[in-house]
Design a protein around this ligand. Sequence first.
Ligand code: F6R
Length: 243
Amino acid sequence: FANATQASIYVAQQIAALITQQQKQGKLAVLGLATGNTPKRVYQELVRLHQNEGLSFANVVSFNLDEYYPIYPEDEQSYTYFMQEHLFKHVNIKPQHIHIPHTRCETEDILDYCKEFEDKIASFGGLDLQLLGIGRNGHIGFNEPGSSFDSATRLVNLHAVTREDAQADFGGLDQVPQQAVSMGVNTIRQAKRILLLALGERKSEIVSKALQGEITPEVPASFLQSLAQVEYVLDHEAAGEII
Ligand code: F6R
């Protein structure tokens, strides 16, 4: 796409079309959602479609990819807060249909919790559509370099580049959590459709590596090359290094 707005509107339209199509058949639309800078414009467009064009979220079930660990959902840096601010509080999604990993400090057994999260996705018949961004180190969700193709939802250690990129949000590197809970590569690859959105020049190097480089755990997004249901949605700048 010529620019970030066009790319984002395309993604929002794909999501809206899925929601509407499922609605017509009396079915739920199970969405895997991402946070970060990249999807903000997508959510803005979905909110507009809800407010001005009657798009209903009553049949939407959502699962977010990841969440810092530990963090309280009320914290402004939490992904629960992000999703409320950018999407959920503006649309008619049912609160019981929202799933974001709970990672507050008192969560007793995070490993059991991760298994429950996987089971919950399966109980809805899997993800109909997963929206992804990409980290500058090639991560998808918080599947950092070294993640395996078979990884499930789990507690992960955040990579130095990921923590560096989050420091502005947390007001300093020492405030950025060391860990997160993330859906695994295996969780993501089971989605029926995957849209990876990447915007801007700062993503161009990793986009070309992920799309055209070797398939390796060192660039977790490169695993997507082996999947037929993946679409990369890029603006002109993010596509700048593709040969
Ligand atoms: C966020 C997530 C991450 C981001 C990635 C890009 O839920 O899973 O993989 O998509 O770090 O972040 P931005 O969009 O801020 O460049």
